[in-house]
Design a protein around this ligand. Sequence first.
Ligand code: ARG
Length: 455
Amino acid sequence: MWKGRFQQETSQLVQAYGESVSFDWRLYDQDIRGSIAHAGGLLRAGILTQEEFDAIRSGLEEIRHEIEHGDFEFKTALEDVHMNIEAELTRRIGPAGAKLHTARSRNDQVATDVRLYCKDAAAMLQADARQLQRALIEAAERAADAVVPGYTHLQRGQPVLFAHHLLAYVEMLERDLGRLRDAAQRADVMPLGSGALAGSTIILDREAVAKKLGFSAVTQNTMDAVSDRDFIAELLFTIALCGVHLSRLSEDIILWSSAEFGFVTLSDAHTTGSSLMPQKKNPDVAELTRGKTGRLIGNLVALLTLIKGLPMTYNRDLQEDKEPLFDTVDTLLGSLRAFADMMPHVQPKKERMRAAAIQGFSTATDLADYLVRKGLPFRDAHEVVGKAVALGVESERDLSEMSLKELQGFSAVIENDVFDCLTLEGSVAARNHQGGTAPEQVLKQAANARKLLQS
Ligand code: ARG
């Protein structure tokens, strides 16, 4: 492609070191779409005749068809996907193919291809994140009014509905979806027409090319346009954070399925056994998802580090943006799909949940709130309940197992109605406000989340 200036061939070693086609071949569809749109610009500018344009378009479509059917041979000697496709096109259609690279550089070409890829990837990820939300909402609805301990510091805190806990992840995914939309919007600007860095003396109608490619806008500074990879960094951050959310869900599933918690059973199809210990049933999907999050974070850090020291404008370093990008997108798609597949088969063990929720004085805050409603300042109420809990610890009884007389020994304002707030159902139902864990509220949350699935 640059034989004019050079007397020597690129060394074999440098070819192997510098080629990117072994991974950027995946951009073939974006590259072909970009080339057809660019050829349209050249046609309107009078650089190509209609016949030449037609030959380019049908030649590229033929190549796409062959790639999709595994009949196309990518050559590492041709370095990257862009040169492989262009060289093969020119081999097939002759001089018209050689005109395609007019007013274009691989620098604006690759930036355009990767932006198209990011838009496509964000759309796929959004669809899969929605599927996981659906699976979580359905799991929440199936769990109905099952009560579990809610934890802080991984110590039993207050009883909550299991559904409430599951719907927390639907909220997290909703924020991830918003960030994916933002990332797609940032990618939705077309750099094509920026040339190598300074623009081109052959003036094309960039707006028209952008429209053909489905971009909402064109870039405003050619130098920035060929070197900007912010849109990849944003997508990698968005995906890494979504991965962090899935990792936390993984950790919950791993804990819940342990014998120590015993809150859920996982299906055989989503677990593995041990080659040595016959009794084992391991939560591999959750463990792998938790583990893969490390790659997502690593890829984000790799990209930021890649960009930080680059002088303007394009530098070959930027070729290193693609592997982290592809790996991150593939990894999150895999995790979202595995979780959406697993969640419908996560069976809550409601009796175990209930038994755990009753233990650990989980209604202590309810008793303090009760005393507040009877007129005690909260700090005093806190102390009263603390003393009652100390008795409970000593005599190995829950607050609800104490007699009215005993409780009145801690505070005279306590009456027979105290027992309503010491039961799990009473405790949960009392948190009847927007976002609270009362069954009525959780049902509302699930219904609202269902509406989001349509959008
Ligand atoms: N394979 C290159 C990349 O991924 C394409 C752009 C190459 N441009 C250049 N001037 N060598 O960045």
